[in-house]
Design a protein around this ligand. Sequence first.
Ligand SMILES: [Fe+2]
Length: 235
Amino acid sequence: MIDFHSHILPGIDDGSADVRESSALLTMLREQGVKTVVATPHFYPGRMSVSGFLERRKEAFERLCETETCPVPQILLGAEVRYYDGIRHMEDLELLCIEGSRVLLLEMPFEKWSEMTIKEVATLSRSSRVTVVLAHIERYASYQDPNALYRLLESGVLMQANAGFFTGRFSRRRALGMLSQGLIHVIGSDCHNITSRPPQIGRAAQIIEKRFGSECLDHISEFTRDILCISNINQ
Ligand SMILES: [Fe+2]
């Protein structure tokens, strides 16, 4: 299984506080069957430079590797990039894509998206500069006109849901419904720490398997592997 969204790198954002917590998160992910995890620290345009972010991410990863010499799950470096008007023109945007791919995890505004926002993301997606994946779609889907989501899908935009959407007692039904409607393509734990926001992706996988069978999980893994363009990635 691939965890597409996580904050496991130590001391770089509001996720893992230090190397000890990062190691504990890796252990939890491993025990839940995750073979590959994408580390997606927050990137806030305007507050930080791309080069500065990449340098801090590299340092955080190296600190972790001093303890976890050969981390399992395998870690791919990425970012969770906050949307802003004009992002399609952002220089160096490709450098924020998930390592080895042209996939960009984009965090959208937590409000009803304007027509300009929808067009901006659709244009970025259609430009083929990057493959856009909207982070934790469940966190903003309810504010949106359903047509907005379908217009983005038609533009090639993909959607990631958090494991907690599936494990939540009151959200599970909606999560499974969105998955069956093709509104969710990839899944991430979005884990931040071992206390209030631990990984729950193993439980989410069980819920999906129970409802749709193991083929559904296999399909998600295969699709995730395909968009990451890495053929030898651990599933
Ligand atoms: Fe996140």
